[in-house]
Design a protein. Sequence first.
Length: 461
Amino acid sequence: MWRAEDEVLRRDVAVKLLDLTGPDSDAWGARFEREARTTAALNHPNIVTVFDTGVEDTTAYLVMELLPGPTLAERLRQEGPLPVEDVRSIGIQMSAALTAAHEAGVVHRDIKPANVSYAADGTVKVLDFGITQLLDDPSGGGLTRTNTVMGTADYLAPEQATGSRVDARADLYALGCVLFALLTGESPFHAETPVATMLRHTQEPVPDVRTARPDVPADLAAVIDRLLQKSPDDRPQTAGEVGEALRGVRPLGPAAATQVLPAPTQVMGPTSPTPPAAEPTGPMPAAVPPKKRGVWTWLPWVLLAALVVAVVVYVVTNPSGDRTPSTQSTTTSAPPTTSETSTTTTTSTQPTTTTTTEPTTTTTTTTQALSPQVAADNLRTAVDQAVAAKDVDATGQKELGSKLGAIDSAIGDGSKPKAQAATDDFGTSVQQLTQDDHITAAGVAALNQPYKDLQTAVAAM
């Protein structure tokens, strides 16, 4: 991005440049042209205005209005968590921008604080529609496809993190992440690596913003909670609904408690179990009427009571000195207990102790004894297998091979910091290669466990 002067109209403008040389130049050029086309078509006070676009030699350019800023990301770094009413105003303006975009058939797909800036009059403006997906283009124009991850990890909707097809509701999830970050100082799901962050989006329950920021009003917290639901069906369905709820015109209804996100192909990790219903993250569902109790619910208690009565009657009606029948009856009904006691006494010294100890020791040894080099070799094998299955293409194979070489070198030097940095680089490369469509979602899932094993082994160096 450059600051420039429009010599004809005598005004300062912002110019975005894109180098079209390189192996992916055709795709990037097409994406750049689409950014210009879609952004220029969006005429709204909360969306940056595009003045001109074109290509000169191998450089594409986009001329747009110059915003003095700061961006929300810069403001967050400088000030920390923002005042509640400022966040509400930002949310209302962003909702208006997204309403205009979605009604024009455009999904932004990269809503984040760095892509929202201030105009000179204090108006909030949404920037960078460079990786948008046209709603009326099922194929994504060859640039945005299923199993391709686009966007920024901290603000990715679960369906977007897994490379699934997304719609306008992915932008609403990202809006919820932005509002959460503005109120608390950090995004709701963040981890040390982009891959781990995407897993948290897909697997962890929605956090309550009021845990980190108790002064957040209940209505604002409820909006954020709805925006961050895992299933798109449980979120608000339009940005207009969100704007009305933030303005207090019409509150959002409760999320459907029975709807959960289907289990898509995961990015670097298996699908986690569905969070238990006992820990809902949204408004509590209506009370469920008690179930009618059938005869089988009470029959065991009736039989137990009858047995107790029979024992009492027997004790009362038999002389205290004549307990042979009772002893025999007890002995007859108790052999399993006696046998178990005897067996335990006889074998607990070795068989029982060995049986209990050996599996535990074996499992612990398997996890802890995995050396960094063995873990790296396992990851290399997983990459080779993914290449053979055509889940990693030649570009991905070359890139990951280079990262694995750096990991081997760091492990060979015995440097834990270098090994950790090289391992993190591998995970970052996987995300980038997935975004560029060099690794399929199935390939990423195949690399997940070996990669986590390597992280654990390196951490133990």
